[in-house]
Design a protein around this ligand. Structure first.
Ligand SMILES: *[C@@H]1O[C@H](CO)[C@@H](O)[C@H](O)[C@H]1NC(C)=O
Ligand SMILES: *[C@@H]1O[C@H](CO)[C@@H](O)[C@H](O)[C@H]1NC(C)=O
Ligand SMILES: *[C@@H]1O[C@H](CO)[C@@H](O)[C@H](O)[C@H]1NC(C)=O
Ligand SMILES: *[C@@H]1O[C@H](CO)[C@@H](O)[C@H](O)[C@H]1NC(C)=O
Length: 733
């Protein structure tokens, strides 16, 4: 071993057992002065090194730039992805973004951010490439599971908490993908065209919250918006563009990997600060190789290159990465852990495993529970004598994502850059079997990777309970394979591997069929009313603790509190804004549905989905009362308060939601989500007062003429409920 490597190894071995204390950030002003002072000492070559990527396919992190060692500036290590460290072993596979949204718990969103950052920091990663904040415009879009769903408010809150959690540990977050990266087909050049109001109120809306959390960086997307590439789009990125002027973003804009089309000057002058990676990939990448000539030739002003460097270094100083930040100790080129650069530092911990399990359990949405069949009884005659576990989705997945193998076994995360090593997955079959063995029934398994329907029926027939597993998956286009004929985006809303037929065939022979679905988003559940299907659990893409978290919910150690962060319907035409699969060249996609996606569209068109936005059952019941609405206190415009009482017979967590109806004529959707709360562990008969606030922006519309947020005059209605279609209290102001 090389001497310097040995030293690094020693310091890392110590770090592996270290837990990091939260940092106290510097102010932006102080950080900007430090960055400005250090930039003033740099040569042009050094500045260009800071703003340019180097060697994605040769260097140890997914993204890197050049250091300025003489001034104490290291190469910044950037790594995917939003749910765990990509291409690095001995890390935790946390629940996906969509499951994090499903918890409706700011507490868990934040805690997951902290834990992610502890692992990124432990591996020496300066920039966590997340959170993904892409709005689920269509449920089939390939990368939906990385983000927080179709709702701009929920997405904004989840982003805010994630960023606060990540950056509290001194790791920079990167809000992505700016903007309108809403499908995988044609993503390298499609143009998403939408109006200014839709921009501010839907696609850009969550970025206000990201910036309120002082996000260090924003990643511009592959696609074009209004015919201009996201990364050289001055209307979005420039000094008077939405991101800087309206949202007030202070950090740096980095290109998605290969998203730089056109020349160095085009990108730099439009507002792109850093390009990644350095290598030429696909249709873009490496254009900043021409930046020096552009500066020397005068097409990029010196003041602009200085600004680019300062914006990159300001968040570096703000988060105190200039003091004792670990150097990278892994090698993204060898994700299997081999090679001399991979020091295999273990950043996993019991705390992180427990948190991954807690978030996963809190994200499980109980959709049906006929006659209170769940929670299952643990012991003796109150339990049951025999059980079947059916479906390949209960089994251990293969590691890595190779052609047609991506989805073998339980679906815990989609494919692409947001995926991670699957070797630590605890599959449902393992957890359920060991839990069942403690009550000693006869167990029949049919979880082979062929998903044999006949064998499933044989296993399920005559058993006291049949657990049936099915899934649907999607992922990222790019270097990744087309999986089961799906090129990133899903082709339809069906369960994969004949999952729907498997469920129906098992239910035909077993009157106590418990269905568990792992999916990246809405799937067809045409069988949900079958009386033999006694329970349905929607477990999303829950991460490595898939099995244990499910046991927690099935046996009641965790009373379910997860809620759908989207509407669930079988019919694709319930969702506007179709994916454009076929095109002669890069298509223009007009977002004609404007603000009306998902439940907002269904609300406007009187479509009742199979399961509505915000829906999820509990093992107890809750009563709502005493709504009051008052103005203030500053800076809130209004405060809404009410009480929630556990009116059932077990401890439980309720997720009340607040939907706002704008004055008639304001041009808003009928009802928009503007609040939610996790009323944690409410005891039987216990009541708690819930307070939700509305900021000025939250009661305003984007006025395209005045170019500002304006409160429309008239009466607002407030609906408090347990889902968008289960309103318990209403009021107005
Ligand atoms: C797209 O162009 C239209 C028409 O010029 C403009 O009103 C709108 O603000 C642009 N949208 C974005 C997101 O820049
Ligand atoms: C994981 O970490 C352990 C130490 O906790 C180490 O023994 C092992 O080699 C590591 N494995 C990989 C693949 O990094
Ligand atoms: C329910 O299961 C029983 C077997 O126990 C079967 O006879 C019946 O047809 C099933 N019902 C449905 C609707 O599948
Ligand atoms: C889906 O919705 C469309 C439009 O509302 C309707 O015409 C069609 O019949 C629906 N399909 C099914 C299977 O319900």
């Amino acid at each position: 071993m090389h001497a310097s490597l040995l030293l690094q190894w020693l310091s890392c071995a110590i770090l592996a057992t270290q837990t990091y204390a939260a940092i106290t950030p510097r102010s932006w002003d102080e950080a900007y002065s430090m960055a400005t002072a250090v930039t003033a000492q740099m040569t042009l070559d050094e500045k260009i090194g800071v703003v340019s990527g180097v060697g994605t396919f040769t260097s140890r992190c997914i993204g890197n730039n050049s250091p300025v060692s003489r001034l104490g500036i290291p190469s910044l290590c950037m790594n995917d992805g939003p749910a765990g460290l990509r291409a690095v072993k001995n890390t935790t596979g946390f629940p996906s973004g969509i499951n994090t949204a499903s918890t409706f718990s700011r507490r868990l969103m934040n805690a997951r951010g902290v834990a992610l950052a502890e692992e990124f920091r432990g591996k020496g990663v300066n920039v966590f490439l997340g959170p993904a904040m892409d709005i689920m415009r269509n449920p089939k879009a390939g990368r939906n599971w990385e983000s927080f769903g179709p709702d701009p408010y929920l997405t904004g809150e989840a982003a805010y908490e994630t960023i606060n959690g990540v950056q509290s540990m001194g790791v920079m977050a990167c809000a992505k993908h700016f903007l309108a990266n809403n499908q995988e087909h044609w993503r390298y050049g499609l143009s998403a065209d939408f109006d200014d109001r839709t921009n501010h109120e839907l696609y850009m809306y969550p970025y206000y919250r990201a910036v309120e959390a002082d996000v260090a960086s924003v990643m511009c997307a592959y696609n074009r918006i209004n015919q201009t590439s996201a990364c050289h789009n001055a209307a979005l990125l420039g000094p008077s563009g939405s991101l800087r002027k309206d949202v007030g973003f202070k950090g740096f804009v980095v290109s998605d990997w290969g998203a730089t089309h056109d020349s160095a000057a085009d990108n730099a002058n439009a507002g792109l600060d850093m390009e990644q990676p350095g290598d030429y990939i696909l249709i873009g990448g490496g254009v900043y190789k021409g930046l020096k000539a552009a500066v020397n030739g005068g097409s990029v002003p010196t003041s602009r290159i200085d600004e680019m460097v300062v914006r990159i270094l300001a968040p570096f100083y703000r988060l105190r990465q200039d003091a004792s930040f670990p150097a990278p100790n892994f090698d993204a080129q060898h994700p299997d852990g081999t090679g001399t650069l991979n020091l295999n530092v273990n950043v996993r911990s019991d705390t992180h495993t427990a948190l991954a399990r807690e978030v996963a359990a809190a994200s499980v949405v109980l959709l049906k529970n006929k006659g209170g069949v769940l929670p299952l009884k643990s012991t003796g005659t109150a339990g049951f004598g025999s059980a079947a576990i059916v479906g390949k989705d209960a089994a251990m997945p293969k590691d890595g994502c190779n052609l047609n193998e991506c989805n073998d076994g339980v679906m815990v995360v989609g494919w692409g850059s947001g995926s991670y090593a699957l070797n630590n997955v605890v599959p449902p079959v393992t957890s359920l079997t060991s839990k069942l063995q403690s009550v000693n029934p006869a167990i029949a398994l049919s979880t082979s990777l062929t998903n044999d329907l006949d064998a499933g029926v044989v296993a399920a027939r005559g058993k006291d309970v049949a657990f049936v597993f099915a899934n649907a998956m999607s992922g990222e286009l790019g270097f990744y394979d087309v999986v089961e004929g799906n090129m990133g985006d899903r082709n339809d809303l069906n369960l994969w591997w004949k999952g729907g037929s498997l469920i129906e065939r098992v239910a035909a022979v077993n009157p106590n069929t418990v269905v568990i679905i792992h999916s990246v988003g809405p799937v067809s559940m045409s069988w949900s009313n079958n009386p033999n299907i006694t329970a349905i659990l929607y477990a999303g893409a829950p991460g490595e603790q898939a099995g244990p978290s499910l046991v927690d919910v099935l046996w009641g150690a965790k009373n379910p509190s997860g809620r759908l962060p989207f509407s669930m319907d079988d019919n694709e035409s319930s969702y506007p804004g179709p994916i454009v699969y076929n095109s002669l060249g890069f298509p223009t996609i007009n977002y004609d549905e404007k603000l009306l996606i998902d439940c907002r569209y269904m609300d406007a068109n009187n479509i009742t989905p199979r399961f509505p936005f915000g829906f999820g059952l509990s093992y107890t019941t809750f009563a709502y009362a005493s709504l009051s609405i008052s103005s203030g206190p500053s800076p809130a415009a209004y405060t809404v308060s009410f009480s929630v009482t556990n009116s059932g017979s077990v401890v439980g967590t309720e997720i009340p939601q607040m939907y706002l109806g704008f004055p008639a004529g304001a041009g808003e959707p009928k009802r928009v989500l503007r609040g939610f709360e996790e009323v944690l562990d409410l005891g039987v008969g216990q009541s708690r007062t819930v307070k939700m606030t509305l900021s000025q922006r939250e009661i305003s519309i984007w006025d395209v003429v005045a170019q500002k947020w304006t409160r429309p005059s008239g009466t607002f209605t407030v609906s408090i409920g347990a889902s968008i279609n289960d309103v318990r209290l209403t009021g107005s102001f």
